[in-house]
Design a protein around this ligand. Structure first.
Ligand SMILES: N[C@@H](CCC(=O)N[C@@H](CS)C(=O)NCC(=O)O)C(=O)O
Length: 287
């Protein structure tokens, strides 16, 4: 349960902490980053928390270094958590062979297929173990005010974790999410590997386009996708499928999908809209 601080870096008046802990869900040490805004550094403070889930190949470092979330997080008084994207070093054969499966590509699911069951449990890690660890270790974080965002594979993570757990998150947003993984090459490869080819029902339980059909009640989301994003052009993201499913289910009214002209899939895109996403969450988090 205990968390070790490996570095403390001043950032926008607050502190970026590089942390690690032994995680039982993933069966290994997990590194992550936590940004504490200046408001969290005062005694007795309680600040809300935004989880940022990263995309393929990333660790918690990419966005904390070049996503520019700390700029608005500092102004609004929101803590930002940047987790890793998979377990590391489990010695599973083939774990490091591809950029889009295994390490760096946990897809925010709990694997049900051997040998990945050994620790590829990023769903449980992000929804249970990491928050429990954080709220036990950092009393300045308010466990009753939590929101979620993410990029690409992490956008898929943000949308599916939100849709699978009504009430757990106050708000959700996404950058270039893999919005219909069961119908794109990245998602099909991952779900085949982590669940098995014949587990179509399981696949659907982790597909935002399938989940949005079942949502009951009001639904609000902010989603940005760049029109110059090569992965969008290659139909890895499929935001139109998500919007159509939401519309057919009568759940589209509060979904703000913004197609951003010329932006690509990189952190130049996230950095350009990070302020707006943090402000969107801050409003829902009551700051
Ligand atoms: N390495 C892959 C691309 C993977 C990729 O673009 N990953 C995105 C997330 S889906 C990313 O953020 N990469 C790390 C970075 O840009 O810092 C390729 O060569 O096609």
């Amino acid at each position: 349960m205990s968390v070790e601080t490996t570095a403390t870096i001043a950032s926008f008046g607050g502190k970026l902490l590089k942390l690690k802990h032994k995680a039982s869900t993933t069966n290994c040490d997990m590194a992550f980053n936590l940004y504490l805004p200046p408001q969290a550094l005062k005694s007795g403070a309680k600040v809300p928390v935004l989880f940022y889930l990263s995309g393929l190949t990333c660790t918690g470092d990419n966005c904390s270094e070049k996503g520019f979330f700390q700029h608005a997080a500092s102004e609004k008084g929101v803590a930002v958590v940047y987790p890793d994207t998979s377990p590391r070093g489990l010695q599973i054969q083939g774990e490091d062979d591809a950029y889009d499966f295994g390490s760096g590509a946990g897809f925010y699911v709990d694997a049900t297929k051997e040998p990945w069951t050994k620790g590829y449990n990023m769903y449980s890690y992000i929804t249970k173990e990491l928050p429990e660890t954080l709220f036990t270790s950092f009393k300045e974080l308010d466990s009753s005010r939590v929101s979620i965002t993410g990029h690409s594979m992490g956008g898929h993570g943000a949308l599916t974790l939100f849709l699978r757990n009504p009430g757990m998150y106050k708000s959700v947003s996404a950058f270039a999410p893999i919005a219909n993984p069961i119908n794109c090459p990245w998602g099909q490869k991952a779900f085949k590997g982590y669940f098995g080819e014949d587990q179509q029902e399981k696949w659907k339980q982790h597909d935002a386009t399938e989940l949005v059909k079942q949502w009951k009640g009001p639904l609000e989301m902010l989603i940005d996708v760049g029109t110059g994003d090569n992965f969008y052009k290659q139909e890895q993201l499929l935001p139109e499928n998500f919007m159509k499913a939401a519309k057919d289910a009568g759940n589209d009214k509060g979904i703000n999908l913004r197609m951003q002209t010329d932006y690509d899939h990189s952190y130049f895109f996230m950095a350009s809209f990070a302020d707006e996403h943090v402000a969107y969450h801050a409003k829902h988090l009551g700051v």
